[in-house]
Design a protein around this ligand. Structure first.
Ligand code: ADP
Ligand code: MLT
Length: 290
């Protein structure tokens, strides 16, 4: 991995005029285009189309929220993925125009000593929605299946017990009437590295670069195995995983919104606008895209 000094020496710069989608430039001014790796489109989604569709989908999300409120639904959306996959940015766009009363983000810190002695799911259960609410989990109980397992924050027995309990936990939620959506944001290896490099040199992004991120760089394969085991045990009929290809952040954000909207028959839905998510970008984990 390049250290910040080395990156500067090599002359990398961040072109940040698109504040929400920065581009890494080499010393000669050419862009680093690692996003192309395994990507089904030759171009990223143009800004104009993104801005237009984002706004329209956000209006639909408001209708969804209104329906959730009026019909006293409880909606949980789990955002998972490798570091820098684009979970945080997508959540931000989901929330942008929602009424914060009734829509919450839950991003828990690492467990305290006291929490470590509790039932693993307990602190997550405490944040589940009441009637009329939607809760967006920025990382979730799946920490145990990925980061905790790979980084050794839990032991093998805790890990295996998690794989047994997660489907049961989710079955209880779903049978209790909670609507549960699980999204996995999928970024390719070189693109993840580009995003980490951007975080190192862009002053407004440095806070996002955690020691865990740097440690995870040489753990790509371990994370891949953890992800596959997670799908194996927890991609269930009652709580399936949906994979979002997120090398192009703009497409990933829009298709994630479209997916959530397509699941529910909320009042005043614009069916033509919502349509179906692009199968090249988003699909069931059973037909794994990554
Ligand atoms: P993020 O990518 O969400 O900004 P990090 O990369 O720092 O945050 O950490 C990833 C996840 O690992 C977080 O959900 C964090 O709470 C969790 N984590 C970090 N350290 C520990 C630990 N010692 N035990 C359990 N979980 C941890
Ligand atoms: C993301 O890009 O996936 C989010 O900012 C969260 C992260 O990188 O850990």
């Amino acid at each position: 991995m390049t250290t910040p000094d080395l990156v500067q020496e090599l002359g990398f710069r961040v072109l940040d005029e698109e504040d929400d989608d920065p581009v890494l430039l080499r010393a000669d001014g050419t862009p680093v285009d690692t996003w192309r790796e395994g990507y089904p489109y030759g171009e990223r989604l143009p800004r104009e189309i993104y801005d237009r569709d984002k706004r329209l989908l956000q209006i639909e999300l408001l209708k969804l929220q209104y329906w959730v409120k009026r019909s006293k639904q409880r909606l949980v959306i789990v955002f998972e993925g490798r570091d820098a996959a684009g979970k945080g940015g997508t959540i931000k766009r989901f929330m942008e125009h929602l009424n914060p009363r009734g829509a919450r983000i839950v991003a828990l810190e690492k467990p305290t000593e006291r929490e470590q002695t509790q039932w693993y799911f307990q602190r997550y259960a405490a944040h589940l929605p009441a009637a009329g609410e939607m809760t967006l989990f920025d990382r979730s109980w799946y920490n145990r299946a990925c980061v905790e397992h790979v980084m050794g924050y839990c032991d093998q027995e805790q890990y295996e017990e998690f794989m047994r309990q997660a489907p049961e936990f989710e079955r209880m939620l779903v049978r209790s009437g909670i609507k549960l959506v699980k999204l996995w944001f999928s970024v390719s290896q070189a693109e993840q590295q580009t995003r980490f490099t951007i975080r190192q040199i862009d002053p407004v992004r440095q806070w996002k670069l955690s020691p865990t991120d740097l440690a995870s760089l040489d753990k790509w394969q371990a994370y891949t195995e953890a992800k596959e085991a997670m799908f194996h045990y927890t991609d269930t009929e009652h709580a399936p995983w949906t994979v979002v290809k997120s090398n192009d952040k703009k497409r990933a954000r829009l298709e994630a919104m479209r997916h959530v909207l397509s699941l529910y028959d909320y009042t005043d839905k614009d069916e033509d606008l919502v349509g179906r998510p692009d199968p090249k970008i988003l699909g069931p984990a059973a037909q794994v895209l990554e």
